[in-house]
Design a protein around this ligand. Structure first.
Ligand code: GLN
Length: 494
């Protein structure tokens, strides 16, 4: 094993906005920038395990196209043209395998690109490769990947979070300046928090789910991540689009996220009301995390924001509601992976019936956590239990959404921790699913309500010396508020 060394320098340490400026002015080429990141991946990924697939040739081909446009003085397709990105391996791509980190989809080549991927291509953003995740995006540590362990660049004995741990580790280590993830219950925000990077879960319906392998369709949302608030906004603008291929896609113009990030960095927060959720101040929170978050609230107040405690009583019931709704939708969505329509086929020796082939295929193709969720969801939806579980969970979901609505009558944005502790050790929670589930307590409510949220760095916990994330939450379609407050907070800490 080659030693992993944290500090990166040169091109791989710059922000996407800085790289774009250099590429577009002709100071460096996109090829140089893309190659520098590919080199960084080659140097560090044996230890970090962030990527399941690296597409060097394809990325460099896009870089060359952008360089040719710059050289010819032609108009560039986007503000991020030529700046490379890492994509979670849950988005289907025509030029690289898509596995969802599952044996079920080993070697699967999609006949089409996910809409998010199409948007990246149209923007001239080279795709470095596909990053590791928990199988079908179910998990909080990346330990449920069927292929490899991803390590946290801040401490390689620890998790980078999950399910988007690969993208987060890539950002934190300088392997990529931009990343794409999905957030069903926290999978963009939680890994961002554990690796000291920025991640945003957009308002549900604003980023297309077409070609994003479904876990729980009413909760899943693709989103951007990066190392700065502005970079995240620039990527957000590239990937958000209305899409007729996604039945829940909304035809509402995206809030001005880039303008908000720029204004926020220059301004203060006078007149902004920020809510702090009473229910999140839990005795179980790690003291170092609680201290960093309290300090973050003070910093927001110093910037001129008014901090107001908000009461969200139904947040205490979020765990039960999420794990019934999420597993129910999973049990339905993942039924297509049966060795017939999609996925690994087992028992195909002429000795088994069609039903047996499906059962064998699923037994061999899915990992333990995915099976656990399918069983829980199938049970919750079964005749006689539907009213007691699924219907009840939907009622709790409505009450959680109502808590948010009431809170947002009082405040513009809600601030919160992202996780109760900093990154835990690999292996520490793998045998205790409930402990793993509980880690997402602070990120789940947002998904149930369909609202936008951000995780951004709030320093390091004194007791573990590991990154702490501050979470910001906003009303639906007000994603720009996250960027305004986030950029102000980031600028004040710089
Ligand atoms: N950790 C949560 C789960 O396992 C959330 C995952 C996600 O957002 N994809 O369901």
């Amino acid at each position: 094993m080659t030693e992993y060394t944290t500090p990166t320098s040169g091109l791989t340490s710059l922000s996407a906005a800085e790289l774009a400026e250099k590429i577009h002015s002709g100071e460096v080429t996109s090829r140089e920038v893309t190659q520098a990141h590919l080199d960084r991946i080659a140097e560090t990924d044996e230890v970090l395990g962030a990527f399941l697939h690296v597409g060097a040739e394809e990325a460099l081909a896009v870089a060359d196209e952008i360089d040719a446009k710059v050289a010819a003085g032609e108009e560039l397709p986007s503000a991020l043209a030529g700046v490379p990105v890492a994509v979670k391996d849950l988005f289907v791509t025509t030029d690289a395998p898509t596995t969802a980190a599952s044996k079920m989809l080993e070697g699967y080549m999609s006949p089409y690109d996910a809409t998010v991927v199409q948007n990246l291509r149209a923007a001239g953003v080279p795709i470095l490769g596909k990053t590791n995740l928990d199988e079908f995006a179910m998990g909080s540590s990346n330990e449920n990947s069927a292929y490899k362990l991803t390590r946290n660049p801040h401490d390689t004995e620890r998790t980078p979070g999950g399910s988007g741990g690969g993208t987060a580790a890539a950002l934190a280590s300088g392997q990529a300046p931009l990343g794409i993830g999905t957030d069903t219950g926290g999978s963009i925000r939680q890994p961002a928090a554990l690796t000291g990077t920025v991640g945003v879960k957009p308002t549900y319906g604003t980023v297309s789910r077409y070609g994003m392998i479904a876990a729980a369709s009413s909760l899943d949302q693709g989103g951007p991540s990066a190392r700065t608030v502005l970079d995240t906004a620039l990527l957000h603008e590239v990937i958000a689009s209305h899409d007729a291929f996604d039945a829940t896609s909304v035809d509402t113009p995206l809030a001005p996220v880039v303008a908000a990030a720029r204004e926020g960095a220059a301004g203060d927060l006078k007149g902004t009301k920020i809510g702090v959720v009473k229910q999140f101040n839990r005795p179980g929170n790690q003291p170092g995390v609680q201290a960093a978050i309290t300090k973050a609230y003070d910093e927001l107040a110093n910037l001129g924001a008014e901090i107001i405690e908000v009461d969200c009583p139904h947040f205490d019931d979020v765990m039960g509601a999420y794990y019934i709704i999420q597993t129910s939708e999973v049990s339905s969505n993942l039924s297509r992976f049966d060795g017939m329509r999609y996925g690994h086929r087992g028992g195909d020796d002429g000795q088994h019936s069609a039903n047996e082939v499906m059962a064998i295929s699923r037994a061999e193709g899915f990992g333990d956590e995915v099976k656990r969720r399918i069983m829980l969801g199938t049970y919750a939806l079964s005749v006689g239990y539907y009213d007691a579980y699924y219907l009840q969970a939907q009622r709790v979901r409505a009450l959680i959404a109502q808590d948010f609505t009431k809170a947002f009558e009082q405040v513009d944005v809600i601030a919160a921790p992202v996780t109760p502790t900093t990154a835990f050790k690999l292996g520490e929670k793998v045998d205790d699913p409930l402990a793993m589930y509980n880690f997402d307590l602070f990120t789940l409510p947002l998904n149930l309500a369909g609202l936008p949220g951000m995780s951004l760095p709030a320093g390091f916990a004194e007791d573990t010396n590991l990154p702490v994330g501050l979470q910001l939450m906003a009303p639906a379609f007000k994603d720009d508020r996250l960027y305004r407050v986030g950029a102000a907070f980031e600028a004040a800490r710089a």
